[in-house]
Write a protein that binds this ligand. Structure first.
Ligand SMILES: CC(C)(COP(=O)(O)OP(=O)(O)OC[C@H]1O[C@@H](n2cnc3c(N)ncnc32)[C@H](O)[C@@H]1OP(=O)(O)O)[C@@H](O)C(=O)NCCC(=O)NCCS
Length: 152
């Protein structure tokens, strides 16, 4: 299959939005579509973040988002935030290409590593640790501890 990965321009954010909406719905993420849209707009407007689309025969079949952050340990690091391939286009290397392009983008940004968070739900549903291991991502054993913030 002929797949091209392109960074989404502002006119293609609607396409990325519909792929990510579907991703969130299928995976049970609670983010409402309008919140996803404004987060995605802010993401695309930020040069330290990237939105990638995978195209085949003029159809967007997958999307990935990647952000960068600073770390005192590692300098600049990247994180793949979202990765989704339409079910009927899975198993032909689209996600691998999206991750390779996200990694190339991260290298250009001066990043020393690229990370991804695997939720227990996604692990149970898709065995994502096996998938990411095939793409060269090692489990670190670190856990994420988050505290929700609100301005009251
Ligand atoms: C996970 C997902 C992105 C994979 O997309 P895909 O285009 O089918 O993946 P690829 O065809 O590029 O596969 C890349 C490699 O991983 C392997 N692989 C694919 N899915 C796998 C899985 N669930 N478990 C283990 N290995 C897997 C492939 O065999 C292939 O191996 P190889 O290239 O070494 O032969 C896709 O199934 C998806 O969108 N799932 C739902 C959303 C999701 O879980 N996203 C990740 C959240 S961060």
């Amino acid at each position: 299959v002929n797949v091209t990965i392109v960074e989404a321009g502002s006119d293609q954010l609607g396409i990325a939005q519909s792929l990510l909406e579907r991703f969130f719905r299928e995976e049970g993420f609670g983010t409402p579509p309008e919140v996803l849209r404004s987060n995605l707009d802010a993401f695309a407007a930020d040069p330290t973040c990237g939105v990638l689309l995978a195209w085949t025969d003029g159809v967007a079949v997958g999307a990935a988002t990647v952000s960068t952050t600073r770390s005192t340990e590692d300098g600049q690091i990247a994180e793949i935030q979202d990765l989704y391939v339409l079910p009927e286009h899975r198993g032909s290397g689209v996600a691998r290409l999206l991750v390779e392009e996200a990694t190339a983008w991260a290298l250009e940004q001066g990043c020393r590593s690229v990370e991804v968070v695997v939720t227990p739900e996604a692990e149970a549903a898709h065995r994502l640790s096996a998938f990411y291991a095939r793409l060269g991502f090692d489990a670190t054993g670190r856990t994420i501890h988050a505290r929700r913030l609100s301005r009251s």
